[in-house]
Design a protein around this ligand. Sequence first.
Ligand SMILES: [Zn+2]
Length: 324
Amino acid sequence: MHNNLITTAVGSYPKPPHLMEARAKAARAQISRDELMDLEKKATEHWIRLQEDLDMDILVDGEMYRGDMATYFAENLEGMDISGLVRSYGNRYYRKPVATGAIKRPKAITVDWWKYSQSLTDRPVKGMLTGPYTIADWSFDEHFGSREAFVLNLARVINEEARDLQAAGCRYIQIDEPAASTRPEEMALVAEGLRVSTEGLDAVTITHICYGDFATVFDGILTLPVDVLDLEMANSDYHLLEYFEDKKTDKILALGVFDVHHHAPESIEAMEAGIERALNVLPGKQIWVTPDCGLKTRTEEESMAKLKNMMQATNNVRARRGLS
Ligand SMILES: [Zn+2]
């Protein structure tokens, strides 16, 4: 584990084509859940090994067992159902969660997956949860009638899951809130959801935020009750770093250094320049280096090309600055 410019990934990696086919077959009951899980475990191990080969500091399991990040949790909660197909962008359809009653967690959702992936490596593996605000924002509500009540019920459930991860030995718990920046007027609700979700934790807490207009909500983001803010940065040419110049913060910035939408890798030089810009406003101990977002829409080859450049850029900057 490095002391400066710790490297990690946001969460998802691409599923191999044979796993995508197996998921479709399992949905049509053409193969069993056990057969599917066996393939998910093999794909998880594959990504753990690739991350070790890259020499990344904190690993992720790659989310081989998930479809949509909100629906995955909703499927495992009482009081939430899944809708029929809903149209999102263009011709993409997905199934949206629906709150139909008080939300409870019958049993741990991610803990067995975390234990499995952590058993494969000596490096720390992050626990990965979706935040209460994002699950609520991406769902229909047929029960609560108030966004606040919906978010806070989910927050209590996510807190139970986070405590179970911590009890299993997890030292880094990420609670993703990609929807956090979409409604500036609700930033206080995002913060309250995260406060309840992280109650009683002494693990390092992380939240990942992307998509939105950060500038209008930056003060709110900077005071969110987590240790690490994982922010999409390369995609907006690092202009958010300007805001860190004027603010004193003890928080760690997990700096996104490449856009996940392009097929071609960004150059090592461009990523180095981004890391150097961050080092002008924060010390190396307060900067993690990461992609802008999850990589599930890229291929393995594209992801690896980008991650190799990210690692080389990080090592070049460490060497130049004498950072361990
Ligand atoms: Zn993201």
